[in-house]
Design a protein around this ligand. Structure first.
Ligand code: GDP
Ligand code: MG
Length: 197
């Protein structure tokens, strides 16, 4: 098959989840603490190498505001891939992500490769959406501003994100646009999963 392909990719998710920051990290290797809100949508492109092929992503970074909702189909229609982004510190953004998944399942390209990105994974102290099952009594260790801290899990944490992704045919990764955790990996994994030409 063809060694070089183009793939239209759309980022969807709540305002403030970090869509623009993920794109900025992926395309320019940068992070801005006070990233401006996207108006309408913004376009970027970036090429990744997978195995012996290259995939040029044509990336549409959408706004996320409800008032722009009617424009979303323009960006996801014909898209080969979507990254649905939520903020791990914001339960409402996870609920919003699920709505986007439903909409894509109903209206999007049936072969679309979909990734669920739990962004802001660096903000562990403020986590609201669990990634996986964490058994009761587990001692969570993390460091925060040079201090070693630990917490004991006293509430059963549901494996919300991973389970949801598995049940809905998405792949799931937690990301941080700030630290660059898994940012390139999400795009590479999508590139690997795209139907080969
Ligand atoms: P968008 O509305 O989904 O495009 O979100 P933005 O990319 O504009 O990000 C919203 C805010 O969250 C900005 O202040 C970003 O600096 C911040 N932000 C984005 N990604 C991360 C991240 O991974 N970690 C942290 N700590 N902040 C982030
Ligand atoms: Mg934005």
């Amino acid at each position: 098959g063809n060694k070089n392909m183009n793939a239209k990719l759309v980022l969807l998710g709540d305002v403030g989840a970090g869509k623009s920051s993920l794109v900025l990290r992926f395309v320019k290797g940068q992070f801005i603490e006070f990233q401006e809100s996207t108006i309408g949508a913004a376009f970027f492109s970036q090429t990744v190498a997978v195995n012996d092929a290259t995939v040029k992503f044509e990336i549409w970074d959408t706004a996320g505001q409800e008032r722009y909702h009617s424009l979303a189909p323009m960006y996801y229609r014909g898209a080969a891939a979507a990254i649905i982004v939520y903020d791990i510190t914001n339960q409402a953004s996870f609920d919003r992500a699920k709505k986007w998944v439903q909409e894509l399942q109903a209206q999007g390209n049936p072969n679309m490769v979909m990734a669920l990105a739990g962004n802001k994974a660096d903000l562990i102290d403020a986590r609201k959406v669990a990634a996986e099952v964490i058994p009761l009594g587990t001692k969570l260790k993390y460091s925060s501003s040079n201090q070693d801290m630990s917490k004991i899990v006293v509430q059963d944490r549901k494996p919300e994100a991973q389970t949801y992704a598995e049940e809905n045919g998405l792949f799931f990764m937690e990301t941080s646009a700030k630290t660059a955790l898994n940012v390139n990996d999400v795009f590479s994994e999508i590139a690997k999963r795209l139907p080969r030409l």
